[in-house]
Each structure stands twice: as C-alpha cells, then as structure tokens.
Design a protein around this ligand. Structure first.
Ligand code: NAP
Length: 247
C-alpha cells in the first residue's frame, strides 16, 4: 500500500472531495483524522465507511477558521496516532453574489474558512512536520482562483490566495523535505455544486474538453498522488483536475 503507516489530517472530510480523499488515502493504509464543521451524521458516515473497509480513523469537529481549533486538531492527531505525515487543507465554503450585492460578512466568512483556515492548519501541522523533517501538505484551490468567476469575487480571491500561500510555504519548508502543493478542481459534483441547475450543468459539460463534470474520486486520485512518495520531487505546484477546462 502506498501510505502504509502514514497519518493524514483531512479538513472538511465529512462530505464531497474531503470524504473521497479520506476513503482513498485510508485504502492505501493511511490513518485518517476526519475534520468537519458541524455535520456529525456525515462525518460518522465517513468514519464508518473507512472502518468497514478495514481502515483506521478518528473524528475531530472544529472550525478551521479558528486558530485555536486548528491547534487542537493537530493535537488530536498526535494524541490518536503519534505523528502527522499528510495535511489536506480541503475545507471550504461559498457565499456567492455579484460584488454590488456581496455583504461584508459573506466576504469575511469565505476568506476566514477558505484562506485563513489553510494558514491556521498549515502553521499548526508544519510545526510537527518540521520536527519530523518530512511531510506533505495539499491545499484545495479551484480553477476559479486562476480564471476568476463573476459572482464569486470572495471565493476567487481566497482561492488565488491559496496558490500564493502554497508557493511561499513550499519555499519555506523545502529545506525540511516538506512539500506543499495545491489542487485546482474544475466543476465537481458535490453538495457545493448541487445548486447549479441541471441544464446549466449540461451546458458546462459541453464546454469541458472531457465532456463531463468531475467526481470527488477524480480529485481524490490527485490528492493520493501528491501525498505519496511518487510526488517527492514536486513542490509549489498547482495541479488542475478539471477535465481540461483550463489549459
Ligand atoms: P462540500 O461538499 O460543500 O463539503 C465541504 C466540507 O468542508 C464539509 O466536510 C464541511 O463540513 C467542511 N467545512 C466547511 N466549513 C468548514 C470549517 N469552517 N471548518 C471545518 N470544516 C469545514 O464541498 P466540496 O465540493 O467537497 O469542496 C471541497 C473543497 O474543494 C473546497 O475547498 C472547495 O472550495 C474546493 N472545490 C470544490 C469544487 C466543486 O466543484 N465542488 C471546485 C473547486 C474547488 P460539514 O459537513 O460539517 O459542513
């Protein structure tokens, strides 16, 4: 197995892409800390599915936007499994609106979860990885952080910020053999994209070279690659998992 004995924290692992990444990494032998915001039932389901497949995992409820919670998340991982090899900064939210109608609280919430959350969790986990002189950090950005998107100025700003953060921290941590990379998914079928009407999804698919929206499992495969030793010489990069939408 590719991740035998490794320990992975995955934020936002109760649903969608985080859940798929948790199941995929667990299948390769990683022990998983499933972080989530408040959806206990979904988090319990991820935990049960990992255990049913013979894997090991624990739950940690906590808001990544809180530095205190991020510190506790890292402590919980150490208490449960003794080390941290992989951090997948996946938790994210949307609060879409055109700029003229975007409320200050919608701007703040998206920046707090999608950008500051990554700062909080990376800072806390990197301390442990630096001592171990090894680690893999994977940050979830979006094609929207590269292209921009009308109605998502807050989300695009946060996701573009994630790319700059990824490159800077990759440079800082390279000397300790810690890699830091980002994944930019295109349109992936999760609760986050569920609000898009079916006709709009069909129209979107037509504009994607691979002619379909992505699945959480498509993204989980890229997470696995970047978390594995196969990616040891890759850092500071953003890998698009978008069916060719952006090239
Ligand atoms: P999703 O299905 O809406 O799931 C979001 C996950 O994040 C849930 O597990 C949720 O926990 C958790 N979460 C939200 N706020 C949190 C917080 N403050 N602290 C801790 N956990 C929190 O989303 P998704 O589509 O899988 O998206 C995952 C990531 O991929 C996000 O960063 C998103 O921006 C990015 N992405 C998604 C798409 C797409 O098309 N879906 C495209 C590009 C990028 P609860 O279940 O407890 O609420």
């Amino acid at each position: 197995m590719l991740l035998d004995g490794k320990v992975a924290i995955i934020t936002g692992a109760s649903r969608g892409i985080g859940r798929a990444a948790a199941l995929r990494l667990a299948r390769e032998g990683a022990k998983i800390v499933i972080n989530y915001a408040g959806n206990h039932a979904a988090a319990e389901k991820t935990l049960a599915d990992i255990k049913a497949a013979g894997g090991e995992a624990v739950l940690f409820q906590g808001d990544v936007a809180s530095a205190q919670a991020a510190g506790e998340l890292v402590k919980a991982a150490q208490a449960a499994f003794g080390r941290i090899d992989i951090l997948v900064n996946n938790a994210g939210i949307t609060r879409d609106n055109i700029l003229a109608l975007m409320k200050e609280e919608d701007w703040d919430a998206v920046i707090a979860t999608n950008l500051k959350g990554i700062f909080n969790c990376t800072k806390a986990a990197a301390k442990v990885m630096i001592k171990q002189r090894a680690g893999k950090i994977i940050n979830m950005t979006s094609v929207v952080g590269i292209m921009g998107n009308a109605g998502q100025a807050n989300y695009a700003a946060a996701k573009a910020g994630v790319i700059g953060f990824t490159k800077s921290v990759a440079r800082e941590l390279a000397g300790r053999s810690i890699t830091v990379n980002a994944i930019a998914p295109g349109y992936i079928t999760t609760d986050m994209s569920a609000a898009i009407p079916e006709q709009a999804k069909a129209d979107l698919a037509q504009k994607i070279p691979l002619s379909r929206l992505g699945t959480p499992e498509d993204v989980a495969e890229a997470v696995l690659f970047l978390a594995s030793d196969a990616a040891n010489y890759i850092t500071g990069q953003t890998i698009n998992v978008d069916g060719g939408m952006v090239m």
